[in-house]
Design a protein around this ligand. Structure first.
Ligand SMILES: *Cc1c(COP(=O)(O)O)cnc(C)c1O
Length: 388
């Protein structure tokens, strides 16, 4: 559906994406492939545009978290290899084959089912073995107690017909945390990963693509780059480490001031009456609310950037609107653009104020918020995800 804009929208700066890609590419070195992690609609940025841009820039691989996301990318014309990081039911194997999707394999049981269904479909499913070195999520367990069993199981999986074991990987739990304890844990995970690779190699199981680095590891441990890296968040210029590496925010969430109201002192504002004016006040009404992805937990805790300075969000954020205090910014008027977060109003600080992580804020930008893509300083595309 076409968007009429001028309510609330997310500007997606493809030049910033390119900048970040080049910085990260230089960081991981020429021997390591770049896997763009574009799950969850590219962290809310729009998977089709982001994926096409990353592919154009030279990313060798993309990663998603379910088969529908993978199919969306194929539908958008993406031709590079795509790894499905999450669980795919075995009965979807044929669909994965048709779409040329690489599948993560997290257990022998799953591998047997994929193998059987791939043979039935007359194909060979490309897979990456997933090792659980400390996330306790998906993967062959690599703790001491279960290490040998996993080693044997992976050797059997590698011999299965109908599967092509192209890669092997693991995922870090705290690689983005700078404290001693977290660094020691990341090192433990890395050791388990390396040990498993060595033991597998001795058994004749070698993999073309070994990978473990998420954003945290790309930033903190570039020597873990191996054959491929999987940076997600920092590619979008979000998170503390993105700031430290000089990466640029790709998304800027914007809204226009819809109306301006004059209120006397002692007047309550919005649901729950959590804010009361303590002086004659000028309040702006923004047509953006929690249904657009502006977390309600930011009520009375965040500020938007107006052309004349920061204005605090006052009172509860409603479903479709919120109020900002413009008393000290008399020049701001209806129709002015404000930045809710992004380039000059950090999403990292907004996430901290909301008691969450920047991932959750960008992912929350909802389908009724048009994405406006900019490249070379001008608008190149616009998307609205509403049915119509
Ligand atoms: C989401 C995800 C990533 C990317 O994580 P970031 O913290 O955004 O860099 C990498 N690998 C796996 C397995 C993931 O699920």
């Amino acid at each position: 559906m076409e968007s009429t804009l001028k309510r609330a929208w997310a500007e997606i700066d493809l030049d910033a994406l390119a900048h970040n890609y080049h910085v990260l590419r230089a960081r991981i070195g020429p021997a390591s492939r770049f896997m763009g992690v574009v799950k969850a609609d590219a962290y809310g940025h729009g998977a089709a545009q982001v994926s096409r841009t990353l592919e154009e820039l030279g990313a060798e691989y993309l990663a998603v978290s379910n088969l529908d996301e993978a199919r969306e990318l194929r539908h958008a014309g993406v031709t590079c290899p795509i790894l499905q990081l999450g669980v795919t039911p075995a009965e979807q194997t044929a669909l994965a084959l048709v779409n040329q999707i690489t599948q993560a394999v997290w257990s022998e049981e799953a591998a047997l089912a994929f193998s059987r269904d791939a043979l039935r479909a007359g194909g060979r499913l490309r897979v990456h073995i997933k090792l659980d070195t400390g996330m306790s999520r998906l993967g062959f367990p690599c703790d001491e107690a279960r290490f040998e069993d996993s080693l044997e199981a992976i050797c059997r999986v590698c011999a299965l017909q109908g599967l092509e074991a192209e890669g092997i990987f693991t995922h870090f739990a705290v690689s983005d945390e700078p404290d001693e304890d977290s660094r020691a844990y990341t090192l433990l995970q890395r050791r388990r990963f390396e040990t498993m690779l060595q033991r597998l190699a001795r058994r004749g199981c070698v993999f073309a693509i070994r990978h473990c680095s998420n954003s945290g590891a790309v930033a903190a441990c570039p020597d873990y780059a191996d054959d491929m890296c999987r940076p997600g968040l920092i590619t979008y210029g979000a998170g503390r480490q993105a700031e430290e590496l000089g990466l640029r925010p790709v998304m800027t969430l914007k809204a226009v001031v819809g109306a301006v109201n004059q209120l006397g002192p002692g007047v309550s504002v919005s649901y729950g009456r959590t804010f009361r004016t303590d002086r004659p006040s000028r309040l702006g009404v923004l047509p953006i609310g929690y249904a657009d992805g502006l977390h309600r937990s930011l009520s009375n805790r965040w500020h938007v950037r107006t052309p004349c300075g920061m204005a605090p969000i006052v009172g509860r954020i409603c479903m479709d609107m919120c109020m900002i205090d413009l008393t000290d910014l008399p020049q701001v008027k209806a129709g002015d653009e404000v930045e809710v977060y992004g380039l000059r109003n950090s999403v990292n600080a907004a996430a901290a104020a909301a008691g969450t992580i920047p991932y959750e804020l960008t992912c929350a930008v909802s389908k009724r918020v048009p994405r406006v893509y900019r490249r070379d300083g001008r608008e190149v595309a616009r998307e609205l995800l509403l049915r119509g």
